[in-house]
Ligand binder design. Sequence first.
Ligand code: DX5
Ligand code: ZN
Length: 214
Amino acid sequence: MIKIAPSLLSANFSCLAEEIKRIEQTADMLHLDVMDGHFVNNITFGPVVVSAIRSKSKLLFDVHLMITNPAQIIPAFIKAGADIITIHAECRDELLPTIRMIKDAGVKAGVSINPPTPLEIIIPLLGEIDLLLIMSVNPGWSGQGFISEVLPKIREAKGLIERDNLSVEIEVDGGINIVTGKQAVEAGAEILVAGSFVFNSSDPCNTIEILKNL
Ligand code: DX5
Ligand code: ZN
């Protein structure tokens, strides 16, 4: 079954604990979008907030770092309770040492690629990571439209992972709804991040169930 990771970016930030309760029963993980105002033109939250909500949820914390220099702040996210930490292939830090730092701490490591970034640049890392996060919007905001040009990239990644028998999960993030979620799953996605589609719905737990069964 498909795993669903609701993105807290679309929640009401004045009451995060209550918002997490709205998705806790059916979500598989909680997707936490960290933005530094440099890698993307938006700023969200850091380890202090992750630590504060850690005790409010039993879900896996799937931390997506849209940060230019993630390495220096990763230890703080590990301490805050991250279960999966994903860095961007387009960041300025060296990817392999940063991935190893995450894994050495017993945390799962992911790499993400933006829509214009070719899959080729992360192929050498596939044997090192637990998660490949394929962006289906340009990162920065929730509520954007799904860029369907990324579908061949998902298919290609799935093919490579299966060919080499690797244990890398493919997560797709941005513009997910019933139609685009189905397209992503058919292309090979195993985890769907959904922000506005889940949090803007009247029954988020049911919306998650619908996405899981795509
Ligand atoms: C975009 C973030 C996404 C976003 C998803 O920069 O990485 O996780 O919040 O939101 P929706 O599902 O509304 O596109
Ligand atoms: Zn994200």
